[in-house]
Design a protein around this ligand. Structure first.
Ligand code: AMP
Length: 192
């Protein structure tokens, strides 16, 4: 069985939470580019120092840094049986890069899952998360910028996957368990 997935959706749609749940249920690692960047920033690594200015402004980290990091991560042995990418690809160029990473190792993507949520709901969720987690990029102006970046650069990639018949869309509004069940039901035909 293989399960190679990407999870799409606006910031605040519950992607991180659902990624961990889905990955656990599928028995594959959840790979969050945002988490990897945050860990590097916290650890004061060379990569962390380079990306901090972008993440704190809610801008995308340049592709050459992000792509190299993802290429390395997808070469690790634990992705043999599959993976769930959370937060990558984030623009059309990254879609092409992921295609290249996968085809160069004889693999392909099984499904792209988009968690949908309207803008008002996600702003609300992100501002609540800011109070709880204190993420540096959860202030209102940065949140709004991240949503704009999503609309301009990331939302169009759903269309790319739709044209390959690989896109499923799932409503992200509702209780966490309920959304997980919806997601598992939606991806079942594509994985396994
Ligand atoms: P996230 O946790 O997915 O919301 O990501 C937090 C921040 O990390 C984003 O606002 C970007 O600055 C950066 N980031 C995460 N994934 C990517 C990516 N695929 N490409 C560029 N920047 C990214």
């Amino acid at each position: 069985m293989s399960a190679r997935l990407v999870l799409l959706g606006p910031p605040g749609a519950g992607k991180g939470t659902q990624a961990v749940r889905l990955a656990e249920s599928l028995g594959v690692p959840a790979i969050s580019t945002g988490d990897i960047f945050r860990a590097n920033i916290k650890g004061g690594t060379a990569l962390g120092l380079k990306v901090q200015e972008y993440t704190s402004a809610g801008a995308l980290v340049p592709d050459e840094l992000t792509n190299a990091m993802v290429r390395d991560r997808l070469a690790e042995p634990d992705v043999e049986g599959g993976f769930l990418l959370d937060g990558y690809p984030r623009n059309v160029a990254q879609v092409a890069e992921l295609d290249d990473i996968l085809t160069s190792t004889g693999r392909s993507l099984d499904v792209a899952v988009e968690i949908t949520a309207d803008a008002a709901a996600v702003v609300d969720r992100l501002l609540k998360r800011a109070e709880i987690e204190g993420r540096a990029d959860d202030t209102e102006s940065v949140v709004r910028h991240r949503l704009d970046v999503y609309a301009e650069q990331t939302a169009p990639i759903a269309g790319v996957y739709a044209s390959r018949d690989l896109l499923v869309q799932v409503d992200g509004i509702g209780a966490v368990d309920e959304v997980t069940q919806r997601l598992l039901a939606a991806i079942a035909p594509y994985v396994g």
